[in-house]
Design a protein around this ligand. Sequence first.
Ligand SMILES: [Zn+2]
Length: 175
Amino acid sequence: MPQVRVYNLGYDPDTGIGELLHTTTVRHAFGMIRREVAIPVELTMLDERIVPTALELTRELSGAWVEGAGRRSVGFSFRAVHERDHWTCAYCGRSVSRTPACEALLATVDHIQPVSRGGMSSWTNLVSACKECNNRKADRTPVEAGMPLRFEPYDPALSYRVGGHVEDLPILVSA
Ligand SMILES: [Zn+2]
């Protein structure tokens, strides 16, 4: 699959001049278009589908929106992990809550690599999990437990917020 270039607001399609922020996958690009975070500015045909090859953000990305730029991490807490994961269990995809309708959906934070096996409490080793999945996984890795992650955890210092949505960013944007 080709990579899609993501430009800051202000891309000029006639000259191709714009501020290139990063590249992303076609799948992620469609997600950004659907959430109206970005619009396609360049399209191509691929396997009889029209796919974007370049996007332009619908709102300008400025330094103010770069979370934790220049810092190693942003305000780390279990609550922040849930916020990042949109209160969604990384294993079953169900919504978790601190006051769930049933105990199985109680919001817990899972160490992907268990603490007992040297796993750290870091952004990239923690995900939201429902109590049921957390108990089932126990002291095993996702592979051992046969419970693949539905999304990859990331450090919010490597992300930016556009129109209220947090987007993964493979590279740091200089503020
Ligand atoms: Zn779950």
